[in-house]
Design a protein around this ligand. Sequence first.
Ligand SMILES: *Cc1c(COP(=O)(O)O)cnc(C)c1O
Length: 374
Amino acid sequence: MTDRASTQTMHAASPASFAIHRRADPMAVADRSKLLADPGFGRVFTDHMAMIRYTEGKGWHSAEITARKPLMLDPAAAVLHYAQEIFEGLKAYRLEDGRMVMFRPGANARRFQQSARRLAMPELPVELFTRSIHELVDVDRAWFPSVEGGSLYIRPFMFASEAFLGVRPATEYLYLVILSPVGGYFKAGSPAVSIWVSQDYTRASPGGTGAAKCGGNYASSLVPIAEATKHGCDQVVFLDAAEHKWLEELGGMNVFLVFNDGTLQTPPLTGTILPGITRESIMTLARAEGLTVREQPYSLDQWRADAESGRLTEAFACGTAAVVTPIGRVASPQGEFKIGAGGPGQITSSLKQKLVDIQRGKALDPHGWVYTID
Ligand SMILES: *Cc1c(COP(=O)(O)O)cnc(C)c1O
């Protein structure tokens, strides 16, 4: 599957051949402005989308930017039955001088290829992934939100569109990109989140799809998230499936611990954890500051003990959507414990600021992470 996909010829959808079909009926400026003043998260979408088709034997073809509109799908489309679907999430920012930039799109492109391999799907070339987003953001740049701290959330995704009920990798796929102007991810005024330790559910098991960004992982996290909400928590944290002891990650964010000796720790990527680009960026920034970052297993028991003894001073979750979010309280049926003063800690805040400043062009970009659209 992988070999077949990667040896397809690319001229059918070379970057130069992205057809741009601007819609004749874009949203009226006044209506758009109203939406952009308070977009929330994932509720507002722009006028256009990117689309590329894949057909076995032909490769990637028919690349276009077109009006965002409902898709026509055969009821037998494989994704509706066997969930061959993967996605990505990244953001575009507008700099003070008006230029639009993206944060590490190449890293998302490569992770999209890794997810595709795990789900037996064809790999989209990195250049096509990046180009599709570049062209779309350029066409819909008027949709950048006016709200303070806003960004354009970019959602590339791909699914099996072939009408076929047999169990095997599909021979036809659709790759799409949609854009959503967003404000903050968590409700305003909550400086730190509370998290619930899932007892009955795990997110990923060894050999499963935990390291792939696929919709199925999220479907199975909804019940545990609802359980967290029922217990008055904002998010759920999953333990490992084998021993139910080791900290893994939140439903859609990686987790870091900060200790009173100034060191950081995050669970290692053993195949059950999603390799977050924010996670990797935070490790790089922390190490550049001279901080020690360990990628080592950390147990829930240790977490409680360290929080109570004061050895653990801060904890935070990180991911593209919410960037860096302090964890203030951890609850489970065995009781709950507070981390530090229950609010954002100093190292957490400083790392977040460093990352956000690079993303928004307010600080130097020594690692070459910022991709300029124009
Ligand atoms: C996307 C995702 C993350 C965060 O990844 P980023 O690249 O930092 O956005 C973490 N965990 C899960 C399960 C995810 O799906």
